[in-house]
Design a protein around this ligand. Sequence first.
Ligand SMILES: *Cc1c(COP(=O)(O)O)cnc(C)c1O
Length: 380
Amino acid sequence: MSGYNPTIPLFDLNYGQEEEEAMLRVLRSKWLTMGPETEALEIEFAEFCGVKHAIALSNCTTALHLANLAAGIKNDDEVICPSLSFVATSNSILYAGGKPVFADIKSLNDWTISPRDIERKISDRTKAIIVMHYGGFACDMDEIMRIAARHSLFVIEDAAHAPGATYKDKRLGALGDISCFSFFSNKNISTGEGGMICTNSDEYAQKIRLMRSHGMTSLTLDRHKGHAYSYDVVCLGYNYRIDEIHAALARVQLKKLYDGNNLRLKAAGIYKKGLSKIDQITIPFAGKADQTNYHIFPILLDKSVNRNDLMTYLRQNGIQTSIHYPPIHQFSFFKNFNFKHELPLTEYVGEHELTLPMYPGITGCQQDSVINFLLKYFKK
Ligand SMILES: *Cc1c(COP(=O)(O)O)cnc(C)c1O
């Protein structure tokens, strides 16, 4: 990638002076991890999401790991999850000792996990379902929660794409048993690294707080404040803590989320209008009334289109694009497991999807440029 400096990047940070001030605030406080910023972030995020508990973590992958552990996943327990996702979704199941069982997406229009395929893949060993709200579009949660209740399955939301998006007036991340958010650089809340777990269960929250920090019963801050002198270790835990700089950045980014998501929605409208004239392009999630946050802007190319050629053409014209996602079950590492999966829709989307630049600060000019280069390419 050296020397490649696209004029229209796939993603750009929504950063300003507020972020710089937040960092300085932490540096000057000289308290660098698990302190007042983390505490405040957890309170603010829980309120924003409409859940009882929010627990800040080092990233969303560690959040997913702890969610699987809280769900009691172990010894080849089966967890049904999408293959059209980032590999962290299924890796987290393996960390806990479980076995990912991939379910297909609903249709070529709705790329979220299919409730019907979930039901088809339930076995005696199934313990949990991980759903992923692709691009901020809600999974069919009513149906999925009904299936989960019928089979006594735990539901984890991989809400990495979803901060601020809703489903029937509830926030994504407030619908399953546990949800996991990411604050990675290119997410709607960007801090570089960072993550959050949300849950309404006191029991899971307590377990997760312990596991976040080596199973220790008291934290440095409590001891510093004189609330405790020593600690016990009561379970196997990890160091999955967030630090104060990232927590402070997340607080600023959370405040900007609403406006940022609205700018994304506006940009999506411009793309939809501009691309409607191109027969070789379909825009997925048509007619999904739920409030998405347009974490990404995915399009589906016609079978006749050579995606690599198109990506090269756009790249040469300063436009960065990406693919969401190469299906997980097709990766070499996952082929080793010899799962038997029929995922025709996932494979089709994996082969023909293209992600266009999307971020709050994208300008009308930049979008016109993307649209015009696409129009020109398809006129050939
Ligand atoms: C980004 C992402 C993750 C992982 O998040 P990290 O914070 O980078 O660990 C997990 N799942 C999905 C769907 C993601 O997009």
